[in-house]
Design a protein around this ligand. Structure first.
Ligand code: LLP
Length: 419
């Protein structure tokens, strides 16, 4: 479900041809569709209608302020994992009461910032962290609202780097020991226990791990409630997978909701979800220009102007991203590695990929790049971070300017003895 379509062999985002945008902005360029973003958010949020819920977009997937503002206008909350993400969420107008804060390594400074901002709750990952939250809240004379992130020991069948719900992972507290942790938390003077949190991984393409995990967490929640704890918020995390290669039959937010709501129906929780990828993933593309074609020992390379610093997913997870021409042609199909300019063999977007033979200067669209694309980008190899554009109907707006060389050195300082 997205708004990147061909009209007369030309790729459009909503009503605007991609080429027209790149003529103004250059490449590499991230382009997002307003309409797709809104549709994805609404589909997710609506799926849980009928049960009290808050949809907290996981900012790590994409934290461009314009996109966050768009989501905030739709009523979205935020799942943040750092002071920086909290700052973005608040700046975009997401109400503090719709912000949850996870992460295994929150600093005291970040905890204080979140307490002062009066966020909905901390998703706490260890007893050490509980103690620090208690201390910082005490200093600020407030009560810190917390949920404990439990690790339900469920296999999420996804890439090992983005699976989080197994015993061996650093995340959360073991579900078997959860009662002790909750009992500890309930004794802390400056902490108010209000919920329970779990997240088992990302790009999960089947609802059954979600169901299994929620069942485990529910039986814990029941135990906690009968022990007198106020478990109001049930946060089931994010992780719903999306198609990267036109895969059919993947579960939709509706399917997730249909599987989860019957399990929680009899309890009066506020259900929190933390979707990231399923909102922005297929709402964005990375457009890149072909710089060179190179043939070596019968292997073809298409060298493009985007690199692993712009989109690291293929290099890091061997992730598949569909790559298509911005202008379709009838040239022959070839098999090639599509690679960037960075000095690493791991700098590729596709290997042995069948594509229509491109010419120098052709534009390629790397699809499904709206989540964990720009947000994971870097300046490696002295590269300027890409620009970002939002398309709405017939109009487009630069929502992040391309960095300049000056930006690259803006915060470095030369000590006096070198001047
Ligand atoms: N909540 C928590 C606690 C998380 O750790 C994550 C993702 C999410 C929500 C959002 O998950 P989503 O709905 O986007 O699957 N960089 C990797 C993905 C890392 C995900 C980390 N946590 C990638 O590019 O595939």
């Amino acid at each position: 479900m997205h708004d990147f379509k061909y009209k007369n062999s030309e790729l459009y985002v909503e009503g605007v041809p991609v080429r027209k945008i790149t003529e103004k902005t250059g490449t590499p360029l991230y382009i997002y569709s307003y309409n797709t973003l809104v549709k994805h958010y609404r589909a997710f949020d609506k799926a849980f209608d009928g049960y009290p819920h808050i949809t907290c977009f996981a900012l790590k997937a994409n934290s461009n302020l314009a996109i966050l503002k768009l989501l905030a206008q739709q009523g979205c909350g935020a799942d943040v994992v750092s002071g920086g993400e909290l700052f973005f969420a608040l700046k975009a107008g997401i109400p503090a009461k719709k912000i949850v804060y996870a992460g295994v390594g929150k600093t005291e400074e970040e905890i204080a910032y979140a307490l002062k901002s009066r966020i909905l709750m901390f998703n706490v990952e260890s007893s050490d962290e509980l103690a620090v939250i208690d201390r910082v809240a005490g200093k600020l004379k407030v009560k810190a609202p917390v949920a404990l992130r439990v690790n339900p020991d469920i296999k999420a069948s996804t890439h090992p780097y983005i699976s989080t719900g197994l015993k061996k992972h650093k995340f959360g507290i073991p579900i078997r020991e959860a009662l002790e942790y909750y009992s500890l938390a309930s004794k802390l003077r400056n902490v108010r226990v209000i919920g329970i949190h779990k997240h088992i991984g990302s790009q999960i393409t089947n609802v059954s791990p979600f169901v299994e995990a929620v069942k485990k967490v529910l039986s814990l929640a029941k135990g906690l409630r009968s022990a007198g704890l106020e478990i109001k918020h049930l946060d089931i995390g994010g992780g719903l997978g999306i198609p990267y290669n036109n895969e059919e039959g993947l579960p939709q937010p509706e399917d997730l909701a249909k599987a989860i709501i019957p399990l929680v129906k009899q309890y009066d929780f506020t259900l929190i979800t933390e979707p990231g990828r399923s909102i922005t993933g297929n709402a964005g593309i990375l457009v890149t220009k072909v710089l060179y074609l190179k043939q070596q020992l019968k292997k073809n390379f298409v060298i493009v102007d985007a690199g692993m610093n712009d989109l690291i997913r293929p290099s890091l997870y061997d992730a598949y991203h569909h790559i298509q021409p911005v202008k379709k042609s009838s040239r022959a199909v070839m098999s090639a590695d599509i690679v960037g300019p960075i000095c690493e063999s791991g700098d590729f977007f596709a290997r042995d990929r069948k594509i229509i033979r491109p010419l120098h200067g052709d534009l390629l669209a790397i699809m499904s790049a709206g989540a964990y694309g720009f947000s994971m980008s870097s300046n490696y190899n002295g590269r300027k971070k890409a620009a970002e554009v939002l398309v709405k109907g017939e109009d487009f707006f630069v929502i992040r300017e391309r960095e300049t060389y000056k930006d690259l050195v803006a915060r470095t300082r030369i000590p006096g003895f070198l001047k």
